[in-house]
Design a protein around this ligand. Structure first.
Ligand SMILES: [Zn+2]
Length: 322
């Protein structure tokens, strides 16, 4: 039996295991009380579970003092490959509201969200709040959209609006509070957007090329005028081939790009291999630091909000390429 078959059997077993776990937890709750309040809310707050730290940021801001929010994935965790643990399933089961990105970002968790929706959990799927016209198609699979919507601040504003509207629907009594928090969040995003544009203006036009470990930055490229190249596609679920490394190395050497970037949620080895391949062509490209791609920074980094994470990224990009 080859490795692929073993892997797929393991993943089927794992999926079945998760589905059984979901069913057991859901059945227990349904028998218990049949409401979303399987576990009492904390001090009257709604229990909200988000999948990623990026969603944690927007939900914490807009939910404010009415929300007790936890993120299943911590800083630096790769959402494309993330498998929910039994503990995660319990946390989602105990939550009043579950918030996820959609657009196949949480590629291994779709069945769980569907099961939770079927038993009446309030689910906020960010994908539902984004105008289809602004979504980018995956170059290799045009029927799939790129999930990395947070790297265009104007799209993240739509995500924030969707969160606020859904919280206002679910908890009507406090609708005005969520809208006020939304407005404050949008103001901070508008300031961030201007900051990014000001910094990008420091980079010469021919150096506005962003080479990273995977294709997380295409929305960034469209919004802020960068050519963007990732060694892997829009998911990290496929390895970069040697042909990809070699083609990209040739391009970097030819265009004399000053820097390429590693990402916090993807192992550095691919970008290091790319740097070595460029060097073999007689051109020294530097590694321009580590970008946050699919998560916020951890609290000790000082970059643990959406705004601070994006500022850290744009500062690293501009300082290395200008
Ligand atoms: Zn990604």
């Amino acid at each position: 039996m080859n490795q692929n078959s073993i892997t797929s059997i393991r993943s089927v077993r794992f999926s079945l295991c998760i589905m059984v776990s979901v069913s057991i937890f859901l059945v227990t709750t349904l028998v218990g009380c049949g409401s979303t309040l399987a576990t009492p809310p904390l001090d009257g707050k709604m229990r909200i579970v988000t999948t990623t730290t990026l969603l944690y940021d927007v939900v914490t801001f807009i939910g404010g003092e009415n929300a007790a929010v936890i993120s299943l994935m911590g800083p630096g965790v790769d959402p494309h490959l993330y498998q929910a643990s039994a503990g995660d399933v319990i946390r989602m089961q105990d939550a009043d509201i579950i918030v996820y990105n959609g657009l196949h970002l949480e590629g291994k968790m779709g069945d769980i969200f569907a099961a939770l929706a079927r038993v009446g959990r309030d689910i906020i799927c960010i994908e539902d709040g984004i105008e289809e016209g602004v979504l980018l198609a995956d170059e290799d699979n045009p029927e799939i959209h790129d999930p990395h919507i947070w790297f265009d601040v104007s799209i993240w504003m739509q995500a924030a609006e969707h969160v606020a509207m859904r919280l206002a629907e679910i908890d009507e009594e406090n609708a005005a509070y969520y809208i006020a928090n939304l407005n404050a969040y949008l103001t901070s995003l508008a300031e961030l957007d201007q900051y990014i544009k000001n910094r990008v203006a420091e980079v010469p036009q021919d150096q506005r090329v962003l080479v990273t470990a995977h294709d997380a930055f295409r929305y960034f490229g469209v919004a802020y005028g960068f050519e963007v190249m990732g060694l892997q596609g829009i998911s990290t679920d496929a390895e970069a081939g040697t042909a990809d490394v070699s083609n990209l190395a040739a391009l970097i050497a030819e265009r004399r790009l000053k820097a390429i970037f590693i990402e916090t949620s993807v192992p550095a080895r691919n970008i290091e291999a790319l740097q070595a391949a460029v060097r073999a062509r007689g051109f020294a490209v530097s590694v321009g630091g580590e970008l946050y791609s699919d998560s916020l920074g951890d609290p000790s980094s000082g970059h643990d909000t959406y705004v601070l994470t994006f500022k850290a990224n744009i500062d690293a990009i501009v300082d290395a390429l200008k």
